[in-house]
Design a protein around this ligand. Structure first.
Ligand SMILES: [Zn+2]
Ligand SMILES: [Zn+2]
Length: 397
């Protein structure tokens, strides 16, 4: 898992710029590659420290980080071992926290080499032994958003059902809170088995089968949660969605997933964005397109119309001699960019309105208009350019 930047620098969330600078200097010196030649661990730490400092030393980046976590500052996944996600610059990059999750285990806290349980997948979703107990699982929910909400960003309060810490036993799983040390692993939570293979002797480290890796065994089980320490509950979660997110993007809320059994750390909550198609606008990146039908006389003479935008109706000038399919731009009425404070634009695609039911009177007017010399395209072609057949001859000759 990607560590909190504050944790990386060992400062509080309210630390001053000076405190952050001091902490950074100390750590940067400590892990500097010149001082730790050929030490992969130190190199990783050094990168991590630099990345944390780059964000926390910048007011704007720090603000976004405080609000949205790693997602808000688009940190690269480089510190989690690079791999296929390293250096990604597209939009999905902002949710790199998600990537770490699936590449989890690449960087172990202690930098220890891969244990067998990782290589052979026997360890399940264990995330090292930093916290006691078995970690809770991650939770994924879908969040439907309108284009209006995506355009400006939105704060949502969601009700979700998940495994919460049992209120009766305060998550311990035991009525009295008592537990005894597991006899099999003597509290270590893992057992080592040496096995001989044709490649030599390997030490296999696996979760203790007696206590399931917890190192302790519950006495007098809580009757409310049957000793699990967790039970199904409903919680409300506030999610701040930045503007400019797209269908399929996700926000990772650390520690808001299912609680772990008997005091294990909670998993993460993944909020997957779903964009509700808009009935008036189609989205193209951070721009939106609106189709507008205009009468033939208005296209020729020009006019002023009111068009809907994501911010309500605005006045738009259709200039004289506007051709069908013309895109007129209304700046700043599109989707707010994910990074930065400006917004995309709205485009109005102008089409000709062709009426289906006309009165005799209207038809007479049109017939009269047809007689006019400047109204037909052939008149222009004859005067200004080569006719169709002439052009075709040029191309095929
Ligand atoms: Zn309980
Ligand atoms: Zn045990």
């Amino acid at each position: 898992m990607k560590r909190e930047y504050y944790e990386v620098l060992g400062v509080s969330r309210t630390a001053t710029k000076d405190e952050i600078k001091k902490a950074y200097r100390k750590l940067a010196l400590q892990f500097h590659p010149d001082k730790n030649p050929d030490n992969k661990d130190a190199e990783e730490h050094f990168k991590e420290v630099n990345e944390a400092y780059e964000v926390l030393s910048n007011d704007d980046k720090r603000r976004r980080y405080d609000q949205f976590g790693h997602a808000g500052v688009g940190s690269s996944a480089a510190s989690s071992g690079g791999g296929q996600y390293g250096g990604a610059t597209d939009l999905n990059d902002i949710f790199s926290a998600f990537n770490d999750m699936f590449s989890g285990g690449k960087t172990r806290a202690g930098g220890a080499p891969f244990g067998f349980e990782e290589v052979f997948g026997g360890g399940g979703g264990r995330r090292g032994r930093a916290s006691s107990g078995i970690p809770g699982t991650d939770l994924k929910i879908r969040l439907k958003l309108s284009l209006e909400e995506i355009a400006k960003g939105v704060e949502k309060t969601l009700k979700i059902k998940k495994q919460v810490s049992c209120p009766e036993c305060k998550g311990s799983g035991s009525k009295s809170g008592a537990a005894e040390t597991c006899q099999t692993c003597h509290g270590a939570g893992e057992v080592r088995q040496a096995s001989k293979t044709m490649f030599g002797q390997f030490v296999n480290i696996a979760a203790c089968p007696t206590c399931g890796g917890e190192g302790k065994i519950i006495k007098d089980r809580c009757t409310s949660c049957y000793g699990e320490g967790i039970k199904l509950g409903e919680v409300t979660v506030k999610v701040t969605v930045p503007s400019g997110v797209e269908d399929g993007n996700y926000l990772t809320l650390r520690g808001q997933g299912n609680s772990g059994p008997r005091g294990g750390a909670a998993g993460d909550l993944l909020v997957v964005i779903e964009e509700i198609p808009h009935e008036l606008f189609s989205r193209h990146g951070d721009d939106v397109v609106y189709s507008l039908a205009v009468s033939f006389p208005d296209l020729v003479l020009g006019t002023k119309v009111e068009v809907p935008t994501l911010d309500g109706a605005v006045k738009l000038t259709i200039p004289p001699s506007t051709q069908p399919e013309t895109m007129l731009r209304i700046p700043g009425h599109g989707i707010g960019h994910l990074r930065g404070s400006s917004r995309g634009d709205q485009y109005v695609k102008v089409n000709v309105f062709v009426p289906k039911d006309l009165s005799h009177q209207d038809k007479d007017i049109l017939k009269e208009l047809k007689k006019s010399s400047g109204i037909s395209p052939t008149a222009h072609n004859d005067k200004n350019s080569k006719g169709f057949f002439e052009k075709a001859r040029d191309i095929f000759s």
